[in-house]
Design a protein around this ligand. Structure first.
Ligand SMILES: Cc1cc2nc3c(=O)[nH]c(=O)nc-3n(C[C@H](O)[C@H](O)[C@H](O)COP(=O)(O)OP(=O)(O)OC[C@H]3O[C@@H](n4cnc5c(N)ncnc54)[C@H](O)[C@@H]3O)c2cc1C
Length: 385
C-alpha cells in the first residue's frame, strides 16, 4: 500500500521479502510471541532467514563480504520488516548499524573477527551510548575508560540498550578525556572476554525484543579493541547518525503503514447504520488523512535515504524524516484504533499494539524535540539546544 516509483530490482527485492514476512513471520509477532520475549535462539533463527533477502549483509560492501545494496533499497527493506513487526525490526536495525560501524570504523582484526558473523545472522551486537543521566546530550557521558598499560579499565552504567540480552558484543561509548567533544572513545567489548552484566527493562511495548541496562564493573579491554581513534567517538557517531535516523524513520513508517492497512481492512468489513463504515464520510476522511501521512513519511524517508546514497549531506533531511515518520506513526495508529471502535483497544486486534509501539518510536535515535532542534539549527544557523 502506498507507492513510489521503484525500479524492477527494488520491487522484486521488496516483494520477495514481503512474501516471506507474511507467510513465516507475521504470526510469530502478532500472535505467538505477542508482547512476550522472543528467546535468543528464535530471534537468531529469524536473523539467519532474513539474510536470504539482503538483511543485514546489504549494508556492507561486497569487498567486505556483504551484498553491497544501495541505501534506498535497504530503507525499503527496513520498511517491510517494520510493517510486519517493530520487535523484529529493532534487532535488524541495530545489527545493521553495528555492521556499518565495523566496516567503516573498526580496525581490520575486529572487522574480520565480528563482521562475517553479524551479517550472516550468527552474532548480535549492541550500541551503548545512553546512560541513566545521559540521553539527549551525549556529550555528558560518564562511563569511564582508564588506561592501564596496554588495556583500558571500564566502569559505568548504560541504559536503554537494544539487543542487550542477545548481544555477543557491544560498541561502548566511554569517556577517556575531560574535553566534552574530544574526550569520548568507542571500544568493542566481547561479552565472553570482557563480561558486562545485562538486565532487561520492561516497557509499554516492544517487549518481544531486548532493551536493557548494562553494568560495567572493572571491565578490562585491550587498547586494540578501540573502534576509531581515541577521542573521536562523537565525530564518528554523528557521521553515522544520518543513516541510523533514516532506519528509525523507516520503523515509524512501517508502524504507520501497518496501522493504515489494518484500518482499511476493518473499515471495509465492519457494518454500522446499514453499511460498511468505510461508506461513512468521516471514516473515509480519517483514512485519507492517514494515507497522506503515511505517504508523506515515506517520501521524506526515501528522500533522505537517496541523498545519503548519493553522498549528499542530509542531516536536516534525515532529522525531518525521523521526526515526521515517527510522529505520523503516533497519529495514524491512534486513528486506526478509533476506526476499530471498542475492538481497537482489545488485545484481539493489532492496532492496540501498534498504538503503543508508535509512541516509542518518537524517542530513540534522538527524540522528536532533538530532531526539531536539528532542523531549526539548519534553517537559522542558530543553535537552540
Ligand atoms: C526502545 C528504546 C531503545 C533504545 N535503544 C538504545 C540503544 O540501543 N542504545 C542507546 O545508546 N540508547 C538507546 N535508547 C535511548 C534513547 O536514545 C534515549 O532514550 C533518547 O536519546 C532520549 O534520552 P532520554 O530518554 O534520557 O531522555 P531526555 O534526554 O532526558 O529527554 C527527556 C525529554 O526532554 C526533552 N529534551 C531534552 N533536552 C532538550 C532540549 N535541549 N530542548 C528541548 N527538549 C529537550 C526530550 O525531547 C524529552 O522529551 C533507546 C530508547 C528506547 C526508548
Amino acid at each position: 500500500m502506498g507507492h513510489v516509483i521503484r525500479t524492477e530490482e527494488q520491487q522484486a527485492a521488496v516483494d520477495g521479502l514481503k512474501r516471506f514476512l507474511d507467510a513465516k513471520v507475521d504470526k510469530i509477532f502478532s500472535k505467538e510471541y505477542r508482547d512476550k520475549f522472543v528467546p535468543r535462539e528464535k530471534m537468531g533463527e529469524l536473523m539467519r532467514q532474513l539474510t536470504d533477502f539482503g538483511l543485514i549483509s546489504g549494508v556492507v560492501s561486497e569487498a567486505n563480504g556483504g551484498m553491497g545494496i544501495d541505501w534506498l533499497t535497504m530503507t525499503m527493506l527496513f520498511e517491510e520488516v517494520a510493517t510486519t513487526s517493530s520487535d523484529l525490526s529493532i534487532p535488524v536495525l541495530i545489527n545493521s548499524c553495528g555492521a556499518l560501524w565495523l566496516e567503516k570504523l573498526a580496525p581490520a582484526h575486529l572487522r574480520e573477527r565480528y563482521l562475517p558473523g553479524l551479517i550472516n545472522g550468527e552474532l548480535f551486537c549492541s550500541i551503548a551510548i545512553s546512560e541513566p543521566d545521559v540521553g539527549s546530550n551525549v556529550l555528558e557521558i560518564k562511563t569511564r575508560a582508564k588506561r592501564d598499560g596496554d588495556d583500558f579499565i571500564i566502569n559505568g552504567e548504560k541504559t536503554w540498550i537494544s539487543n542487550g540480552a542477545y548481544s555477543d558484543f557491544l560498541f561502548c561509548t566511554c569517556r577517556t578525556g575531560d574535553d566534552p567533544r574530544r574526550g569520548l572513545t568507542h571500544f568493542l567489548l566481547d561479552r565472553k572476554e570482557h563480561p558486562y552484566e545485562v538486565r532487561e527493562i520492561h516497557k509499554m511495548a516492544l517487549n518481544s525484543q531486548s532493551t536493557t541496562q548494562i553494568f560495567l564493573t572493572d571491565v578490562r579491554v585491550p587498547a586494540s579493541n578501540m573502534i576509531g581513534k581515541e577521542g573521536e567517538a562523537l565525530k564518528n557517531t554523528l557521521a553515522l547518525f544520518e543513516r541510523s535516523r533514516v532506519t528509525v524513520a523507516a520503523q515509524g513508517l512501517g508502524v504507520a503503514r501497518r496501522a493504515l492497512e489494518e484500518a482499511v481492512r476493518y473499515a471495509k468489513e465492519r457494518k454500522q447504520h446499514g453499511k460498511v463504515i468505510a461508506g461513512h464520510q468521516l471514516i473515509s476522511a480519517m483514512l485519507a488523512e492517514m494515507a497522506t501521512n503515511v505517504d508523506a513519511a515515506r517520501l521524506l524517508t526515501y528522500r533522505a535515504a537517496s541523498m545519503i546514497e548519493a553522498g549528499v549531506p542530509a542531516e536536516m533531511e534525515a532529522a525531518m524524516a525521523k521526526y515526521f515518520a515517527c510522529e505520523a506513526a503516533v497519529k495514524v495508529a491512534r486513528q486506526a484504533v478509533q476506526i476499530h471502535g471498542g475492538n481497537g483497544v482489545t488485545t484481539e486486534f493489532l492496532v492496540e499494539k501498534l498504538a503503543r509501539e508508535a509512541i516509542i518510536t518518537t524517542i530513540p535515535e534522538g527524540t522528536t524535540q532533538m530532531q526539531q532542534l536539528i532542523i531549526g539549527r539548519a534553517l537559522t544557523g542558530v543553535n537552540a539546544f
